[in-house]
Ligand binder design. Structure first.
Ligand SMILES: [Cu+2]
Length: 161
């Protein structure tokens, strides 16, 4: 092999190495961390059975009694709200969804929900949701498991300007 050929071979290898290095650096760039959301109000809510023979379902604030319907929550327009929901029921899975009306199958008003009818929060488990209040009208938190809103598992969220 002549000197010139060896030089070209080395130059070629160096080029390939350089391209591979640049590619590796680009691939290894950490993805941008999500912009931190500043939560302005938090509610810790429990859900479960209530009433005579535990025939109804309801919600309550953590360390308080469960009522049916649940307590009215107050938020302000522009609040970033975090809701932590814990299912304290001894038997039944539940969810917490934010909807436009306190009735079965109501339209969701904010996403996400804590659990769904097909994948509810099991007894003793918790879930979290965060949303930003971007409209003035009141809305509701309900359990979206079929039949549970009717059995009292709903509460109002009032929005103040
Ligand atoms: Cu429920």
């Amino acid at each position: 092999m002549r000197t010139q050929e060896i030089f070209l071979l080395l130059a070629g290898l160096l080029g390939v190495g350089l391209i591979a290095s640049v590619g590796a650096v680009l691939l290894l760039q950490p993805s941008q961390p999500p912009t931190p959301v500043e939560v302005t109000v938090e509610f810790r809510i429990i859900g479960g059975s209530v009433g005579e023979g535990k025939a109804l379902f309801g919600f309550g604030l953590e360390n308080q009694k469960i009522t049916s319907p649940g307590p009215t929550l107050k938020v302000k327009l522009g609040d970033t709200v975090r809701i932590v929901f814990t299912n304290v029921d001894e038997v039944t899975p539940h969810t917490l969804a934010l909807v436009a009306e306190a009735k079965e199958g109501a339209e969701p008003i904010y996403q996400p929900t804590i659990g769904t009818p097909t994948k509810p929060i099991e007894i003793g488990k918790s879930g979290v949701l965060v949303f930003k209040v971007d409209r003035l009208e009141k809305f509701y938190y309900v359990c979206s498991v079929p039949g549970h809103t009717t059995l009292g598992m709903h509460g109002e969220i009032v929005v103040e300007g």
